[in-house]
Design a protein around this ligand. Structure first.
Ligand SMILES: C[S@@+](CC[C@H](N)C(=O)[O-])C[C@H]1O[C@@H](n2cnc3c(N)ncnc32)[C@H](O)[C@@H]1O
Length: 204
């Protein structure tokens, strides 16, 4: 589920819609958390879908480290890509505000964290050498994203966490230790979906 202080806005015919902050969302706030209304779809199921629905799933879902497609039930699926994203992913089924996100600013992800099936041709942006998002970006940029997440976790207890109730019990202790700087963050490199990962690993 996406942070409640957001709304969907139309941007233009090239990008379509995006998710915008309606109030200040301070750095370190959980901006998205996996919840039980999100759908987890197995890759063979998606593969067998009719072309119309398959295309939509591939556009709106991301893949977890086990290769399952996660299709968010709410406006989270409308979050756009940026090479300078306002949100950062973590290994704990949640994303944090990477910096203060002001009212009217867009919540964006680096699609490099999403285990894309195909390269993604995005609009060009200044201040980066990257021109496309590639399926193996996680292998090249995880350290950069880990640093940003680690830094955002420092503010975790100083900000309101309206989505805090969605933190999954299995991650609570680790998050506490990271926030209190008693444990290092688990690297996003582990989010990279390797073909050989077994289905059983995804069972919780
Ligand atoms: C998950 S959807 C995001 C919501 C989408 N904007 C919409 O209105 O349906 C991903 C799609 O948004 C568009 N998009 C997102 N970020 C973009 C970017 N940085 N440059 C160009 N298109 C983008 C592309 O069409 C992409 O396939």
């Amino acid at each position: 589920m996406i942070h409640p202080d957001t709304e969907l806005r139309y941007i233009n015919s090239r990008i379509g819609y995006g998710v915008f902050a309606t109030r200040l969302i301070p750095k370190g706030t959980i901006v998205w958390a996996l919840d039980d209304l999100d759908q987890k779809l197995d890759p063979d199921y998606v593969e067998r879908l009719d072309p119309l629905r398959k295309r939509e799933v591939q556009k709106y879902a991301f893949k977890n480290q086990f290769g399952q497609y996660i299709l968010c039930w709410d406006k989270a699926r409308f979050v756009n890509h940026s090479f300078h994203p306002t949100c950062v992913d973590t290994m704990y089924d949640l994303e944090l505000a990477a910096r203060d996100i002001y009212p009217g600013e867009q919540l964006t992800d680096d699609y490099g964290t999403l285990n894309l099936d195909e390269p993604f041709d995005c609009l060009p942006e200044e201040g980066t050498d990257r021109t496309r998002v590639l399926p193996d970006d996680l292998l090249h940029y995880h350290q950069r994203w880990d640093r940003i997440a680690e830094e955002a976790f420092r503010s975790f207890h100083q900000v309101k966490q309206p989505l805090g109730f969605l933190i999954r019990p299995k991650h609570r202790e680790k998050i506490r230790a990271i926030v209190e700087q008693q444990a290092p963050i688990d690297s996003l490199v582990h989010l990279y979906c390797r073909a050989e990962r077994k289905k059983e690993e995804s069972k919780e």
